[in-house]
Design a protein. Structure first.
Length: 283
């Protein structure tokens, strides 16, 4: 009888050992927090909204993302949760990056000496990643996460001439290459669909500007480039449309054979029942 009792006892030990072994195998899929995993997180710019810059402090909207590098394979196939700016973003198992969406960043631009070309000068600024972004891996101990040092680069186009921001009106400014055969002057006109001309023109050196006012009637308007001489054969120009809220639109075009009826852009002015004015510009 003793032998039978001992046999039952041994069987029970074997069953317990089997279950303990299965439990240990299940835990291998996700590394435990105490396993001293090092995760390196670095930033990248997925896309960037066009920035019109100025000398000094600027702001840019960029679509930023984060990716795992170097020791990321230590996660053994489990998801990684990146905590950034009060939100959490999941990098699924088997992938190494996540785009977190549009973020506003501040940067400085130092414009070099000399003249800025009529069509702008592209400048870049490097933003210190570690100084401006706080990132942690939410489902792992933060002391095991390395925030990779480095920079993200933001580009901006700086122009020498920009129209003023004026409440209640949209300002158009036309600038052109001084190397083209445009002479010393071009006229910029506003003409509505009925042919009536609304000309608020002022010439300063190499550019012309006009403004469409709140007091002008709702209509479709042509913004017309009128050369001082009919002998002008070609011109590389750029049109700025500055809205009352400071929103800037930029249009570039190579005008060949321009004349007094050449339309560069069109603008629609509409007023709603509450008196709010909207300007829509198309090229």
């Amino acid at each position: 009888m003793k032998t039978i009792k001992n046999y039952k006892y041994l069987m029970m030990l074997a069953v317990v050992a089997l279950f303990a072994s299965c439990s240990e195998d299940d835990d291998v899929a996700v590394a435990p927090a105490s396993s001293n995993i090092q995760v390196v997180v670095e930033s990248f710019v997925s896309s960037q909204i066009e920035v019109i810059g100025q000398q000094g402090t600027n702001n840019a909207n960029i679509e930023i993302g984060f990716r795992l590098s170097e020791h990321s394979t230590s996660y053994r196939g489990s998801d990684v949760i990146i905590a950034y700016d009060g939100s959490e973003y999941v990098i699924p198992a088997g992938e190494n990056e996540v785009v977190v969406g549009v973020t506003n960043v501040e940067f400085e631009l130092d414009v070099p000496g000399g003249n800025i070309p009529y069509n702008g000068l592209t400048l870049t600024s490097q933003i210190d990643f570690t100084a401006n972004f706080e990132v942690e891996v939410a489902n792992r101990p933060s002391d095991l996460v390395v925030l990779k040092s480095g920079f993200i680069t933001v580009s901006a186009v700086v122009y020498g001439q920009l129209p003023p921001v004026t409440a209640g009106q949209i300002n158009f400014l036309f600038d052109w290459s001084p190397n083209d055969s445009a002479g010393n002057d071009l006229d910029l006109r506003l003409r509505n669909s009925g042919g009536t001309q609304f000309d608020y023109s002022g010439s300063v050196s190499n550019y012309e500007d006009v403004a469409l006012l709140d007091s002008d009637p709702d209509d479709d308007y042509n913004v017309i480039v009128d050369p001082w001489s009919t002998s002008t054969s070609s011109i590389a120009g750029i049109m700025f449309a500055m809205h009352p809220d400071g929103t800037l639109e930029v249009f570039e075009m190579d005008l060949s054979g321009i004349n007094s009826e050449t339309t560069f852009v069109q603008v629609n002015k509409s007023t709603d029942m509450d008196g709010n004015v909207t300007y829509t510009v198309t090229d």
